[in-house]
Design a protein around this ligand. Structure first.
Ligand SMILES: NC(=O)C1=CN([C@@H]2O[C@H](COP(=O)(O)OP(=O)(O)OC[C@H]3O[C@@H](n4cnc5c(N)ncnc54)[C@H](OP(=O)(O)O)[C@@H]3O)[C@@H](O)[C@H]2O)C=CC1
Ligand SMILES: Nc1nc(=O)c2c([nH]1)NC[C@@H]1CN(c3ccc(C(=O)N[C@@H](CCC(=O)O)C(=O)O)cc3)C=[N+]21
Length: 299
């Protein structure tokens, strides 16, 4: 792999190994097995792929995986009943409700019905508030994975200019909070931002989370900057009719020439998201039992 590529897959493998070791110790020393419940409503094929790979990774780490697939037309009441059951199940330490939910369900209401201590996505308002005030919380997996890679690459992030492209509750905003927590000077850019190219060019750290295939060209990247590409976009394959190709929000080829370091898609942020989900489940389990938290797996 070219020297300036940050290998998220390899990094994720290390995190998963650490999680597995700690999980084995929880089992042998305390007789506890962490459990993660994943709730999927409906039959979106992309979501089914993610849910399956999360389940597989959970079992590989030595944890219990509980999958709940509800039909697309499930009522809010049915979903809230399931969440209540999982909140009260002592074998379940983490709960993830796969997003997006079908339109007739209010995702804010559903997420806020989770026990915040089991909210391994870190989307519950309590966790959002705790993160924003610098208190111990469950940290959203994707931004956590990005931060881990940035810290590994840079050491201290203090004083660096960070630009986060995208302001969603699940990626952009928590990413900005984490970078601020590490003393970056943070700019959050979005669809109304003026002179976006210039804003991006001011970044020592550029995190792209817009959901627009290859939107960021190489000439928006300051020479030597670190580029973290969160985007997961499927586009028609240029050569193979009927097939698709996975690309990020950054034009990898041109950006890699300017960047000091860059994450690829696939093999960058995605695998780290799954590794951090396991890390959060382990953290939640340790906290639930009043045991020491594994080091280096959260902020
Ligand atoms: N690797 C992983 O593990 C994960 C990857 N993803 C991927 O990350 C990407 C972002 O996801 P998510 O945050 O949920 O997306 P959202 O659609 O919720 O948010 C997109 C953000 O990008 C901004 N935006 C959209 N178009 C432009 C534009 N032309 N110029 C500037 N800003 C723009 C929007 O601005 P505004 O608010 O003004 O509309 C919005 O803030 C997606 O590709 C998604 O698939 C998501 C989660 C996990
Ligand atoms: N409650 C909730 N939490 C989430 O964390 C969540 C969610 N809902 N909804 C969907 C998004 C998306 N997401 C990804 C996770 C892993 C990869 C991943 O591992 N990607 C591989 C490629 C996989 C492929 O080939 O399709 C990679 O980038 O290398 C991608 C995307 C989590 N999300």
């Amino acid at each position: 792999m070219s020297p300036n590529i940050i290998d998220g897959k390899a990094f994720a493998a290390k995190v998963r190994e650490k999680v597995a070791e700690h999980t084995a110790r929880l089992k042998s020393e305390h007789g506890i097995t962490p459990g993660l419940a994943v709730v999927l409503v409906g039959e979106d094929p992309a979501s089914e792929v993610y849910v399956r790979s999360k389940g597989k990774a959970t079992v590989e780490a030595g944890m219990n995986s509980y999958e709940h697939n509800l039909p697309a037309d499930s009522s809010e009441e049915t979903l809230l009943e399931l969440i209540d059951r999982l909140n009260n199940d002592p074998d379940v330490h983490g709960i993830l409700v796969q997003l997006p939910l079908p339109d007739h369900l209010d995702s804010d209401l559903v997420i806020n019905a989770l026990d915040p201590a089991k909210d391994v996505d870190g989307f519950h308002i309590s966790n959002v508030g705790l993160l924003g005030t610098g208190q111990k919380s469950m940290v959203p997996c994707t931004p956590l994975g990005c931060l881990m890679m940035l810290r590994e690459h840079h050491g201290s992030l203090s004083g660096l200019n960070a630009v986060v492209l995208g302001r969603s509750n699940i990626v952009g905003k928590p990413m900005a909070q984490l970078l601020l927590g590490d003393s970056c000077t943070v700019t959050i850019a979005h669809s109304r931002t003026r002179d976006l190219d210039q804003v991006c060019r001011s970044a020592d750290i550029l995190v792209a989370a817009v959901g627009r295939p290859e939107m960021v060209p190489g000439d928006w990247v300051k020479p030597g900057a670190t580029v973290i590409d969160v985007g997961i976009n499927r586009i028609p394959h240029p050569e193979k009719e009927g097939k698709t190709r996975l690309v990020g929000d950054v034009d990898f080829e041109s950006a890699a020439k300017a960047a000091g370091a860059i994450t690829p898609v696939p093999g960058g942020v995605g695998p780290m998201t799954i590794a951090c989900l396991l890390a959060n489940t382990l953290t939640a389990c340790s906290r639930a039992h009043g045991l020491a938290e594994p080091e280096g797996l959260t902020v």
